[in-house]
Design a protein around this ligand. Structure first.
Ligand code: GAL
Length: 983
C-alpha cells in the first residue's frame, strides 16, 4: 500500500507547509525532555519514492548527512539553485532522501500523558512515521517541528520512529541562502510528555517601566478544559496571581468557549533593572498551571528582560536611547559538522563577538537554535530575528505566487511565535533577498497584529524606497549601500526611518576597508545608526586533501590559529567536485573557520570602544564614556607612554566615574621626557572583574593619542644629506644592472606595483585591470648606472603592457649601511595601482620582526584603527594572515623603523623616511597568486620584504563599495627613502 505521506508528495506541494504538526509556541520543553540524539540507523535513497531496503548504516543526529559518511557531499552555490527545476518543482529522480530510524522506549510513567516528538531542524522536508504509521510532515528547515505521538506509542512499550528527510523540494526554492547546501537533521530531536492539561503558549510582555503581563493559552487533549484550572507564578520570588479582571472579561465574552483557555498574570516590578545589550538583566519567570485541586499540571520557565523597543522618527530606540547597532550577520556553521552547532559552539561565537565589541546579531538568514537566543538574552545582544525565506534565484516569481503564500506566513509566524518572549529580539525580519510581493505583505500583516511591540524590517521592501511609508519595513535596511548615499539620505530632510544597513563591510578575504570611515560618518550623522557586517564565519569545511572528503566530527585538533593541519585544508566552493559553484565567496567572515579572529576584529573592537580618549589642548586628556547605559566601573586601565627611542613607560590609570555620554578631563599621567622623539599615549583598557563573556583582565580597547610628532625620530636621519665623515668609507656595491649587492639580501631592492590580488581586488575588477596593464610581470630595463663617489644612481624602466614606469634609485653609503632614495613616475594610464614601493628578499634565518609602528595585528591604510602605534615584535611566521584563498596578507601600517634578526641578534635594520606600509612574509606576491588554497603555499626560507611609498586601501568591492578615493594610489611621481643597516 502506498504510504499516504509519500502519496501526498509534499516535496512538490508548496501549499503544504505541514501536516499533523503542532502549533509553534514559546513554552520551552527542553528541560526534562528525553534526548533522541545519537546514532540512528540510516539509509540514503536516491529519491523519496525509492524503496527503503538497502543496508543500514549509522548517522549521528543531529548532523547533516553531507558531513558524514555518504556520497552526497556539501555543495556551495550562492544565488543559483542547485537544480534546474522551476519553482515549485524539485528534481524527480535525483533527490537525496535520508531515512533515519531508531527505537524509542516510552517510559511506563508516561501513561495518561500527552507525548510529543520535537525535531529541532531538518532540511528540507520531514516526514514522520511511527511503527510504519504516518504521523506528520513539516517544512521550514531551521525551526523545530512538533508532533503529538500519544496515539502512536504505548507507555512502557517500544516503537520504531522513522524520520524521512527529503533534501530538495518546493521549500528549497525558499531556502536559497548563500551558504553550503546540506541535507539531514541538523538540530536535536527530543521526546517529552505533558499532562493532558497543558500550557500551549506563554506570551510575555515586559516593559522597562516594570510592567509585566503574561498571557497564557491552556489546552486539554480531551478538548474541553476541565473546570477549575488556574494559573499562578513567580518572578524571582515575587508571587504572580491571575488577573481576575481579565478572567471576568473572558467570562462575559460569548466568543470564549470552554476549549479556549486564556488567562493572564500581571504585576508591576518596582525599581526594575532594565535589560539592554550592555546590561542584560534577566529575571526568572515561572508560570504554573494548576488543576482545580491545586496540583500542578504544567510549568513553564522563562528568563525574561524588561525593555522597550520603538522606532520614533528616524531613530530606533531601546529603552528610549538611540543605541548604535554594531552588528554582524551570523550563519550556523562549524568546520566539522557543517550546520550543526552545539551550545558550547554558540556560546563561543557570542563570547567572541562580545569581546570584539559587537552588540547585535542578524540571524542571517533563518532563525537560530533556541540556545542562540538564550545566550543573546544572557550575554546581551540586540537580535534581528530573520525568517527562513530566501527565494533568491526565483525571487520575483515567488514573491507574488499565491502557491507560496502559506509558506511565507508560516515561516514568519512560527519564528515570531517561538521567539516573542526574548528580550534580545528587538526586530523581526521577513527574510532575505526574495524580491518584494504580496506574500511579504501577508506575513508582515500577521506580525504587526501579533506583536506590535517590535519593529519589522525587510531589505527587499526597504529597497523600494528608504523613506517609503507603505512598505513592510520600519527600518531602512539596505545592503552594501555606498556610505555617501546613506549620509546624503540622512541629510536630505526626507529620511523617515532609522537607517541601519542589514549587510555592509563584506569580510571576504583581506577586507573591511573603510570600516572606521563608516563609523565616523555614522556617529556624526543623525539618522544613521549602524549596521551588520557581512558576516561572522568563513565557511571553510575541514577537508582531507587525500580523499577530498569532509573530515567530520573526528577532526577536532586538526587545525589551529586559523590554519588546517598538514594534509587538510579549508574547503570552499568547488572543492567537493561540484561543477557549478561560487568558489571562495562562501569564505567571507570576520573569523576563520576555526573561529580565530581576523585582524579586522581588532579594528572593530576599537571602533566599539566603551571609552574614548582625546587630547585636551595639550593640557590633559578627555576621557568619555561612549556607552549608552552603564558607567566605566567594569573597566580598568593602564597608561602606556610609547617613545620612538624604544622606551615604553607605564602607569596605572584611574578611570573617572562617568555616566553614559559624560566626559571628564584628566591630567597627563606621565611626564613626557624631553628627549625620546615621537611619543604616543595609550590607555590599555581591560575588564576589572570576571564577566560572563570575559575573565578579568581581558583587553577591551586601546585608545591612543599622539603627544608629540616625530621630528626627532631616528628615521629623520635618512632625510639628511649622506654623512661624509670618516666612518663612511665603503662605497655602495651594485652590480652592472644597478642592483644593490648586500650580504643579507638574496634579491636586491626593486620596484613593485603589484600585490597578490585580494578577493576585493579580483571581484571588484581591479586585479584584472592590473593584469591587463602587465603590473604582475613588469619588465625591468636598466637605463643607466652612474657612480658618483661612493654613491650609485640607477635609472630603470619598468615596462608593463600598456605603460612604462620610470624609476630612480640613489644608493648612498651611510654609517653602518646604505641609504636608498627612490622615485617612481607612474604614467597617467596606471591611475589606480595596488602599491608603489620596494621589494627585496633576505637570507634565511632572520625570523624575528621588531618594529615601531602600528600593530601588532595586520593593518592597511583603510583598516588600521585597532592597531596602536607601539614597539611590536612577532616571529615572521606569525605575521602572515592565512586567508583561505591566498592573497595580499600580513601588512603593517605606519611602520617607522624595524629590525629583522636571527636568534643571535644579527640581522638588518631598516628606517623609513615616514610611516609606511611594510610587509614581511615568506611569500612573493606571485607565490600567493599562483595557488588557490593556503595548504598549497610553500614558504621560502628567507623573507620577502615590501616597503611601500603608497599602498592601496582594501575596500570591500567583492560585494559592495570599493575603498575611498583618498586610499587609492594615484599615478604621477612617488618618492620614498629608507636606510638599510646591518645589526
Ligand atoms: C548578500 C546576501 C548574503 C550574501 C552576501 C554576499 O547579498 O544577503 O547572503 O550572499 O550578499 O556574501
Amino acid at each position: 500500500m502506498t504510504d499516504p505521506l509519500l502519496a501526498l508528495r509534499p516535496w512538490d506541494a508548496p501549499e503544504v507547509t505541514s501536516w499533523g504538526r503542532l502549533p509553534m509556541n514559546a513554552v520551552d520543553r527542553r528541560a526534562g525532555a528525553h534526548s533522541l540524539d545519537g546514532g540512528w540507523r540510516f539509509q540514503l535513497l536516491s529519491a523519496p519514492h525509492a524503496p527503503v531496503g538497502g543496508a543500514w548504516s549509522t548517522a549521528t543526529v543531529p548532523g547533516a548527512w553531507t558531513m558524514q559518511d555518504t556520497d552526497d557531499l556539501p555543495r556551495y552555490l550562492n544565488v543559483r539553485m542547485p537544480f534546474a527545476e522551476f519553482p515549485p518543482r524539485s528534481p524527480a529522480e535525483d533527490n537525496p532522501t535520508g531515512v533515519y530510524e531508531r527505537e524509542i522506549d516510552v517510559p511506563a510513567g508516561w501513561a495518561g500523558r500527552r507525548i510529543v516528538l520535537q525535531v529541532g531542524a531538518a532540511e528540507s522536508v520531514l516526514l514522520v512515521h511511527v511503527d510504519g504509521r504516518p504521523v506528520g510532515v513539516s517544512k521550514d528547515s531551521h525551526l523545530a517541528a512538533e508532533f503529538e505521538l500519544t496515539e502512536f506509542v504505548r507507555p512502557g512499550g517500544r516503537a520504531v520512529l522513522r524520520l524521512t528527510v527529503v533534501k530538495w523540494s518546493d521549500a528549497s526554492h525558499l531556502e536559497d541562502q548563500d551558504h553550503w547546501w546540506h541535507g539531514g537533521i541538523t538540530r536535536s530531536v527530543l521526546l517529552y510528555a505533558t499532562d493532558p492539561l497543558y500550557l500551549a503558549d506563554v506570551d510575555v510582555r515586559a516593559g522597562r517601566d516594570g510592567e509585566l503581563r503574561v498571557d497564557c493559552r491552556v489546552r486539554d487533549t480531551g478538548g474541553a478544559l476541565p473546570a477549575g484550572w488556574y494559573l499562578d507564578g513567580e518572578l524571582d520570588g515575587l508571587a504572580l496571581a491571575q488577573d481576575t479582571a481579565f478572567d471576568r472579561e473572558n467570562a462575559e465574552d460569548e466568543r470564549v468557549s470552554a476549549f479556549l483557555g486564556e488567562a493572564r498574570l500581571r504585576t508591576r516590578v518596582p525599581e526594575v533593572r532594565p535589560w539592554t545589550a550592555e546590561t542584560p538583566e534577566l529575571y526568572g519567570l515561572t508560570v504554573r498551571l494548576h488543576r482545580a485541586d491545586g496540583t500542578v499540571a504544567d510549568t513553564s520557565r522563562h528568563r525574561i528582560g524588561f525593555r522597550d523597543v520603538a522606532v520614533v522618527g528616524r531613530d530606533l530606540l531601546v529603552n528610549g536611547e538611540r543605541v548604535y547597532i554594531r552588528g554582524v550577520n551570523r550563519h550556523d556553521f562549524h568546520p566539522l559538522t557543517g550546520r550543526t552547532v552545539t551550545y558550547d559552539d554558540l556560546r563561543a561565537d557570542l563570547v567572541l563577538l562580545k569581546r570584539f565589541g559587537f552588540n547585535a546579531i542578524r540571524t542571517a538568514h533563518y532563525p537560530g537554535d533556541p540556545a542562540l537566543y538564550d545566550l543573546a538574552d544572557e550575554l546581551g545582544f540586540y537580535v534581528v530575528d530573520e525568517a527562513d525565506i530566501e527565494s533568491h534565484d526565483h525571487a520575483h516569481e515567488i514573491a507574488d505566487d499565491p502557491r507560496h503564500l502559506n509558506a511565507f506566513v508560516d515561516r514568519v509566524s512560527r519564528m515570531v511565535l517561538r521567539d516573542k518572549n526574548r528580550p534580545s529580539v528587538v526586530i523581526w525580519s521577513l527574510g532575505n533577498e526574495s524580491d518584494y510581493g504580496a506574500n511579504h505583505d501577508a506575513a508582515a500583516g500577521w506580525v504587526r497584529r501579533h506583536d506590535p511591540s517590535r519593529p519589522l524590517q525587510y531589505e527587499g521592501a526597504a529597497k523600494r524606497g528608504w523613506a517609503d511609508p507603505e512598505v513592510a519595513s520600519d527600518i531602512a535596511c539596505p545592503m552594501y549601500a555606498p556610505l555617501e548615499e546613506c549620509v546624503a539620505h540622512a541629510l536630505s530632510g526626507k529620511q523617515t526611518k532609522p537607517l541601519i544597513q542589514c549587510e555592509y563591510s563584506h569580510a571576504m578575504g583581506n577586507s573591511n576597508g573603510t570600516l572606521a570611515d563608516h563609523w565616523a560618518a555614522i556617529e556624526a550623522t543623525p539618522g544613521l545608526q549602524g549596521g551588520f557586517i557581512w558576516e561572522f564565519w568563513d565557511h571553510g569545511i575541514l577537508q582531507s586533501v587525500n580523499d577530498g572528503r569532509p573530515v567530520g566530527r573526528g577532526g577536532a585538533g586538526l587545525y589551529d590559529n586559523g590554519v588546517a593541519a598538514p594534509g587538510y585544508r579549508w574547503a570552499y566552493g568547488g572543492d567537493f567536485g561540484e561543477k557549478d559553484h561560487d568558489g571562495a565567496f562562501v569564505a567571507d567572515g570576520v573569523v576563520f573557520p576555526d573561529r580565530t579572529p581576523k585582524p579586522v576584529m581588532y579594528e572593530h573592537r576599537e571602533l566599539a570602544a566603551p571609552l574614548r580618549l582625546e587630547l585636551f589642548r595639550h593640557e590633559g586628556l578627555v576621557v568619555s564614556n561612549h556607552q549608552h547605559f552603564r558607567g566605566l566601573d567594569w573597566l580598568r586601565g593602564t597608561w602606556e607612554l610609547v617613545l620612538a627611542d624604544g622606551r615604553t613607560l607605564t602607569a596605572a590609570a584611574e578611570l573617572p566615574a562617568l555616566l553614559p555620554g559624560e566626559t571628564a578631563v584628566v591630567p597627563f599621567p606621565l611626564a613626557l621626557p624631553p628627549d625620546g622623539g615621537e611619543a604616543w599615549l595609550t590607555l590599555r583598557v581591560t575588564t576589572a572583574e570576571d564577566l560572563a563573556w570575559a575573565p578579568r583582565g581581558t583587553e577591551v580597547c586601546t585608545p591612543q593619542v599622539l603627544l608629540r610628532a616625530g621630528a626627532q625620530a631616528p628615521e629623520a636621519a635618512v632625510r639628511e644629506p649622506a654623512a661624509t665623515g670618516p666612518a663612511v668609507t665603503r662605497p655602495v656595491e651594485a652590480d652592472a644592472d644597478g642592483l644593490l649587492v648586500h650580504p643579507l639580501l638574496t634579491v636586491a631592492p626593486t620596484l613593485s606595483l603589484w600585490r597578490a590580488p585580494t578577493d576585493n581586488d579580483e571581484l571588484g575588477g581591479m586585479a584584472p585591470r592590473w593584469r591587463a596593464w602587465g603590473l604582475d610581470s613588469l619588465v625591468r630595463k636598466v637605463v643607466s648606472v652612474r657612480r658618483e663617489g661612493p654613491s650609485v644612481t640607477v635609472l630603470a624602466e619598468y615596462a608593463g603592457t600598456t605603460g612604462v614606469v620610470r624609476h630612480r634609485q640613489v644608493l648612498t653609503p651611510v654609517e653602518g649601511g646604505v641609504r636608498i632614495d627612490e622615485q617612481a613616475e607612474l604614467p597617467a594610464e596606471f591611475d589606480d595601482v595596488a602599491r608603489v614601493g620596494t621589494v627585496f628578499e633576505t637570507v634565511a634565518g632572520l625570523d624575528l620582526l621588531e618594529w615601531f609602528g602600528q600593530g601588532p595585528w595586520e593593518s592597511y591604510p583603510d583598516r588600521s584603527g585597532g592597531a596602536p602605534v607601539g614597539h611590536h615584535a612577532l616571529p615572521v611566521d606569525a605575521l602572515f594572515t592565512p586567508y583561505l584563498r591566498p592573497q595580499e596578507s600580513g601588512g603593517r601600517h605606519g611602520v617607522r623603523h624595524f629590525t629583522l634578526s636571527a636568534s643571535d641578534a644579527t640581522g638588518l635594520a631598516v628606517a623609513l623616511d615616514e610611516p609606511r606600509q611594510v610587509s614581511v612574509t615568506r611569500y612573493r606576491a606571485e607565490d600567493l597568486t599562483a595557488v588557490a588554497h593556503h595548504d598549497e603555499l610553500v614558504p621560502r626560507a628567507g623573507c620577502v620584504v615590501h616597503l611601500d611609498a603608497a599602498h592601496r586601501g582594501l575596500g570591500t568591492a567583492s560585494c559592495g563599495p570599493d575603498t575611498f578615493p583618498s586610499y587609492l594610489v594615484a599615478p604621477g611621481v612617488h618618492r620614498w627613502s629608507w636606510t638599510l643597516r646591518v645589526l
